[in-house]
Write a protein that binds this ligand. Structure first.
Ligand SMILES: [Ca+2]
Length: 315
């Protein structure tokens, strides 16, 4: 393993939980170095995810972070969005001003390809927090990068929790199943944070109040974002709070011991209308298909929230 912080590219569709993931990464320079943030269409259209990513960098006091706009639609399907969860802007909750920092000129896919070719092989980790369109496009256009990626640590899919956007599929995979299929067949080492684990990372009342009690703007924003989007999950699942899906990806890079999972085969359903985007995960090892992913199933939720609050409090 290389010394020093892990070099990462965050690929994201903010999204309140994406925003918390970005804040966690930017607050943790000893563990991760954010080479750039790539926006993709997902929770809301690309213009908004590219805007929201910059808002979050400015909120973290880091307007020098490079933010790139990527693909504005899935590889072959019509874009499906989730304003019903995240609000019309994708970051509904507190009012935030438009960002001052500019988008980079380069397309996110070019940034991904050029960075992987420029950095030593095996030293850059990709962290997709939304549909996998940018990553799959980069792999298709430049197959040589696959062997240069250290790891892809992504939020997406589900096995025991099955689906959230359809009865069979999780949102990120469902939006672009063809892209997910390319990534899961790429041979790149994968770590997957499915709903099975993220649904255990719930924002309880004391956890939200711990963010608010920081008395900082980022702390207050995290509390207000989670206040906003937990109404949806509490009503839907009857759970105590909302799952903070995407920060699980960043937390895994920093504290993998908080998580447990199995190294298994995971394939993506791309044909069936009924189960499109399903992550067919061989959790019980009933096939001889080769394992291609560390599929996470559980986490120490208290440890996860302790890490989050410690780090967000730094900003
Ligand atoms: Ca996301």
């Amino acid at each position: 393993m290389p010394q020093g912080p892990r070099k990462i590219i965050i690929d994201t569709d903010p999204g309140q939980d994406d925003a918390v993931a970005i804040l966690l990464a930017l607050a943790s320079p000893e563990e991760v170095e954010v080479l750039g943030i790539c926006a993709v269409a997902g929770n809301v259209p690309l213009a908004l995810t590219a805007r929201n990513a910059r808002i979050v960098c400015e909120l973290a006091g880091q307007p020098g972070v490079k933010v790139f706009a990527g693909c504005d639609r899935p590889l072959s399907r019509k874009l499906v969005t989730a304003e019903y969860v995240h609000g019309a802007t994708g970051l509904d909750g507190p009012q935030l001003p438009d960002p001052v920092m500019k988008l980079q000129d380069r397309h996110a896919v070019d940034f991904i390809i050029e960075t992987l070719r420029a950095e030593p092989a095996g030293t850059v980790t990709l962290c997709p927090l939304g549909p996998l369109t940018n990553i799959a496009t980069a792999l298709q256009r430049a197959p040589d990068i696959a062997s240069r990626i250290q790891e892809i640590v992504l939020m997406g899919g589900a096995y025991f929790e099955v689906g959230n956007v359809t009865p069979a599929a999780e949102f990120n995979i469902y939006v672009d199943p063809q892209a997910a299929d390319i990534v899961f067949r790429s041979g790149v080492p994968l770590v997957v944070m499915p709903l099975d684990v993220t649904h255990k990372a719930l924002t309880t009342r004391p956890r939200i109040e711990a963010f608010r009690a920081m008395g900082t703007k980022p702390g207050r924003m995290v509390a207000e974002w989670t206040d906003f989007f937990e109404r949806f999950d509490v009503q839907k699942y009857g759970s105590e709070g909302a799952p903070l899906h995407d920060p699980c990806v960043i937390a895994w890079l920093m504290r993998p011991e908080l998580f447990t999972g199995r190294h298994i085969n995971v394939e993506i359903e791309t044909q069936s209308e009924l189960t499109l985007g399903m992550t067919v995960a061989d959790w019980w090892g009933v096939t001889d298909r080769k394992p291609n992913a560390l599929f996470i199933g559980d986490l120490d939720a208290d440890g996860f929230y302790a890490l989050l609050t410690e780090r967000i409090a730094r900003l």
